[in-house]
Design a protein. Structure first.
Length: 305
């Protein structure tokens, strides 16, 4: 069972669509027409994070936004049915793109964990993708000098107590709606972000995402993350946009600077007063900037849209 989206349709007025990915029901929206733009969220958000960007882009582009399995309106299976690993997230996204026949001229826009997921998809099938935008995220391992945030260490290390905090009291999703933005969110928006994660069973992904963060070679997802890390410079031949909220205690400005070191040609919009949910805090400037990037008649390589 998914949560009841009805109270939030005013904020999220999109038709729901579904895809079976190896026995798990994945939710996505598919709005507009034209060259495809694929929006990839992170943890603990869902496709709701992109609601205003979808509205802005869909009059001119085909916009696809998925909910990862365990998130949003997608099914939330137990660990016995779904592995909740980086590789499976990448495979799910590729399955959706293949199902929709998106084989060329794709633009990715990604946030948080979505950055590593979409970067892996780009590097595994680079001919499919034309442009990419990354918002407070990473496509590489921890940058030099960057410590792993203690708030995430707690979730990784405290075992049953962390599970009680995250799955019992919804601490991760609740905390994000208060701490991931500097300007504050309206009450109905906060409720919509948290709505999919309304009980112990439905909060599995918010915990498993954190525990899957690859920090050392023995971590299950480290090999794929290292593979992406080693190849990220291949994106130097692709137009890239970096949108950044500078008041992010997880994806700090060291991550932004690492993006620019790896991809010095990238176009940057950095917001000193925005937090991790940069699309919320900096919407007035960032959404038009992303639209301009996506709709640009010619890119850095001189291609025609």
């Amino acid at each position: 069972m998914t949560f009841d989206i009805t109270p939030y349709r005013r904020l999220y007025p999109f038709e729901s669509r579904w895809l079976d990915v190896d026995g798990a029901r994945l939710h996505y929206i598919d709005e507009g027409a034209g060259d495809p733009v694929v929006l990839v969220h992170g943890n603990p958000t869902w496709s709701f994070y992109y609601r205003e960007l979808i509205k802005a882009l869909s009059p001119n582009r085909r916009v696809i936004a998925l909910d990862h399995v365990g998130c949003g309106l997608s099914e939330k299976p137990g660990s016995d049915r779904y592995p909740y690993t980086l590789l499976r997230r990448v495979e799910d996204l590729e399955s959706l793109l293949d199902e929709l026949g998106l084989q060329e001229n794709v633009t990715f826009i990604s946030h948080d964990w979505g950055g590593m997921i979409s970067a892996a998809c780009i590097l595994r099938r680079p001919k499919r993708v034309r442009r990419a935008a990354f918002l407070n995220t990473a496509g590489f391992l921890l940058p030099p000098g960057q410590c792993f945030p203690w708030q995430l260490w707690v979730i990784r290390r405290l075992g049953p107590l962390a599970a009680l905090m995250v799955r019992g009291f919804n601490a991760f999703s609740w905390g994000a709606t208060h701490l991931a933005t500097t300007k504050g969110l309206p009450r109905d928006v906060r409720k919509a972000y948290r709505a999919p994660y309304d009980n112990w069973k439905n909060r599995i992904a918010t915990l498993r995402f954190v525990r899957d963060i690859p920090l050392k070679p023995s971590d299950e997802s480290y090999a794929l993350a290292k593979w992406v890390d080693d190849r990220l410079e291949l994106l130097r031949d692709m137009p890239v946009f970096i949108g950044w909220g500078e008041r992010d205690f997880v994806f700090t400005n060291r991550f932004r600077d690492e993006w620019l070191r790896r991809l010095p040609h990238a176009e940057l919009r950095s917001y000193p007063d925005a937090g991790h949910y940069v699309l919320e805090d900096a919407a007035a400037d960032l959404i038009p900037a992303l639209c301009e990037f996506v709709l640009r008649v010619s890119d850095a390589a001189g291609d025609e849209s």
